[in-house]
Design a protein around this ligand. Structure first.
Ligand SMILES: Cc1cc2nc3c(=O)[nH]c(=O)nc-3n(C[C@H](O)[C@H](O)[C@H](O)COP(=O)(O)O)c2cc1C
Length: 155
């Protein structure tokens, strides 16, 4: 799957008064009515343990220049947010400068092999018109529109 381009997010949650976040590319839009999202987390993930207790999580879709944030949150430990500019939004840690914010309340956990699929009902969204951070063949990048002649405005 390294050859499949993905968005790069930091999925976040609060453990008491402490923010925690993990870099996650396995994120999908699950349902429109009701609006739902799903994320896939390693069974050994500290974030998964926290979300099982808190019942809520945020999805920070990173902007193109935030690769350092992605690397910081791809590590382990309790100090990952120490060097990150964040605020409490919808009761969850929201990182400054992201392209899209989604706040969710957990509806269910489903085991899928060595990962857990966390499904959540969306209760807050926000967007900014900054370029997104992407991941492809273990390299960070961003999206660029093709110079297509004619109507490429597909919806
Ligand atoms: C680009 C990128 C994408 C990742 N995607 C996922 C993912 O979808 N699910 C996951 O569990 N870990 C993913 N990881 C790995 C976690 O970020 C890493 O294992 C992290 O240390 C887990 O932290 P935690 O134990 O605090 O939750 C990804 C890492 C990178 C760099």
């Amino acid at each position: 799957m390294a050859s499949v381009c993905t968005p790069v997010t930091v999925v976040s949650a609060m453990e008491g008064s402490r923010p925690h976040g993990t870099t996650v590319s396995a994120v999908m839009s699950l349902s429109l009515d009701p609006p739902m999202m799903a994320v896939s987390l390693d069974s050994e993930s500290e974030l998964l343990r926290i979300i099982r207790r808190s019942g809520t999580f945020g999805i920070n879709f990173l902007a193109a220049e935030q690769h350092a944030v992605a690397l910081a949150c791809a590590g382990r430990g309790h100090g990952k947010f120490d060097s990150i500019d964040w605020t409490l939004v919808d009761g969850l840690p929201r990182i400054a400068g992201i392209s899209t914010w989604v706040a969710c309340t957990v509806t269910s956990f489903t085991q899928g092999g060595d990962h857990a699929i966390v499904m959540g009902l969306v209760n807050g969204v926000d967007q900014d018109s900054v370029r997104p951070l992407t991941y492809h063949r273990r390299e960070f990048g961003t999206h660029a529109a093709l110079a297509i002649v004619g109507d490429a405005d597909v919806r």
